[in-house]
Design a protein around this ligand. Structure first.
Ligand code: HEC
Length: 117
């Protein structure tokens, strides 16, 4: 009797865990992916000064990395492509910003990281 009860409880626990796991995965799919570590390191150093909640109006309207997790997957893909275009042209980070923050300039390797993003 006791063992039947025990296995019943086990089944219920497994069922609940599976359900939580599946719904978590679905949520992730809708919301798109997190930014990989190598890209986010560069973004944190060179982009979030403007492209974040505490950044400037125009910049955060176009791209806000603080809201990244809330962007749908297709929007994330578009932004990732756009970011590579901007950094490979050298228009992001803006020249005026680099003048004041020379450390924010992207090396060719870092631009490659954006290409492979
Ligand atoms: C000094 C502030 C500043 C920094 C730093 C900065 N940006 Fe921007 N960014 C802007 C502004 C302002 C705009 C909107 C005006 C524009 O499109 O030129 C913008 C626009 C953009 C856009 C949209 C362009 C378009 O035409 O839709 C992308 C993509 C972008 N930035 C990527 C980046 C990336 C990637 C970095 C870091 C490597 C970065 N930015 C760093 C200020 C900044």
């Amino acid at each position: 009797m006791k063992s039947i009860l025990l296995s019943g409880v086990t089944v219920i626990i497994c069922f609940c865990c599976g359900f939580i796991l599946v719904s978590a995965q679905q949520k992730e799919k809708e919301q798109g992916k997190a930014i990989s570590k190598d890209v986010s390191q560069i973004i944190t150093r060179s982009c979030v000064a403007c492209h974040s909640d505490k950044g400037s109006g125009m910049a955060k309207m176009k791209v806000n990395f603080d809201k990244w997790q809330g962007y749908p997957a297709d929007k994330q893909v578009k932004i990732a492509q756009k970011c590579y275009q901007e950094v490979s042209k050298g228009s992001m980070p803006p020249k005026g910003f680099i003048k004041k923050n020379p450390g924010a300039v992207l090396s060719p390797e870092e631009i490659d990281v954006f290409r492979n993003w």
